[in-house]
Design a protein around this ligand. Structure first.
Ligand code: 13P
Ligand code: SF4
Length: 301
């Protein structure tokens, strides 16, 4: 029996659903029950009736699934799967920032720890950040964290008074305007898709055709008739885009845009996770209770 077949068999045997993020290794995506972006996977974690959720993604995603499904077992197949962006702010730093802006509404990107989410009024993902910010009364000041590029994009689009935490994702921040300009010149006419975490996202908006979450990019890939599309995000997404649309050529803006955290999990880790029920993600109940409201607002938007 192949490793993939073993994983498929174990999922049923252990009453588990396997969720995989769009940046996961192709072989992990191929055996998952659902593949998608942060928002889609949070919703799928809530919809599933399986007693175990195996999250092939990074820690903040597994924590989110646990907070939204406190009675289920949530497993992260490799504890090294963290996120540099989520590490850009601690709960103590957020509390100090809030104290400087009393009365401000706090919007935390899903890429944060559970402790940070517990201090937030709203959580959002890249696919609903605009919607979430637009729900907040216009006269309220907003603290947005931790990604300054996503925050700047939302601030420009909504025209809201937003203070931005100076954090970024090292994988996306290195996708700079110069890199984008070079790629555009080398591939004239090819539409450019960029994730809002990109360091090139806001400065060169005129050079970007669409700013999209990873699932937004996948949907674009399914529908496009363009012969070539340029993609500014982590390269793991190309597997799904190419599978769904073999007629279009999907070219990364930077083939070296690889998230080391997302690549920690391989098929063997998923098999071992199912077999040994490892590694269980828990969130202290006090923290979870405080974070749940902000997350429920995210999932509902
Ligand atoms: P998405 O929600 O767009 O999948 O983004 C998650 C992420 O970590 C991007 O780096
Ligand atoms: Fe975190 Fe960046 Fe990796 Fe996404 S790509 S999981 S934001 S380090």
């Amino acid at each position: 029996m192949s490793l993939a077949e073993e994983v498929v068999r174990l999922k049923d045997e252990k009453d588990a659903v396997l969720l995989a993020h769009n940046y996961q290794r192709p072989e992990v995506q191929d055996v998952a029950d659902y593949v998608g972006d942060s928002l889609y996977l949070s919703r799928k974690a809530m919809e599933s009736d399986r007693s175990v959720i195996v999250f092939a993604g990074v820690r903040f995603m597994a924590e989110t699934a646990k907070i939204l499904n406190p009675t289920r077992t949530v497993l992260l197949p490799d504890l090294k799967a963290g996120c540099a962006l989520a590490d850009a702010i601690t709960a103590d730093e957020l509390r100090a920032w809030k104290a400087e802006h009393p009365g401000a509404v706090v919007v935390a990107y899903i890429n944060t720890s559970a402790d940070v989410k517990a201090e937030a009024d709203f959580c959002c993902t890249s696919s609903n950040a605009l919607k979430i910010v637009e729900q907040i009364p216009r006269d309220r000041e907003i603290l947005f964290l931790p990604d300054m590029f996503l925050g700047d994009y939302v601030r420009r689009k909504t025209g809201r008074t937003m203070h931005l935490w100076v954090g970024d994702c090292p994988v996306h921040a290195k996708l700079r305007p110069e890199t984008l300009e070079q790629a555009r010149a080398a591939h004239p006419g090819a539409p450019v898709l960029a994730h809002p975490e990109c360091g090139c996202g806001t400065q060169v908006l005129p050079l970007v055709d669409r700013v999209l979450s990873t699932d937004g990019m996948v949907r674009f890939a399914e529908e496009t008739r363009a012969p070539e599309v340029l993609v500014a995000t982590e390269v793991g997404i190309l597997h799904r885009m190419r599978t769904l649309n073999p007629m279009t050529s999907f070219t990364p803006i930077d083939a070296g845009a690889i998230c080391p955290f997302m690549k920690e999990i391989d098929l063997e880790d998923v098999r071992d996770s199912l077999l040994r029920r490892q590694f269980e993600i828990d969130v202290p109940s006090g923290v979870a209770a405080k974070a749940r409201l902000a997350l429920e607002r995210m999932v509902a938007a």
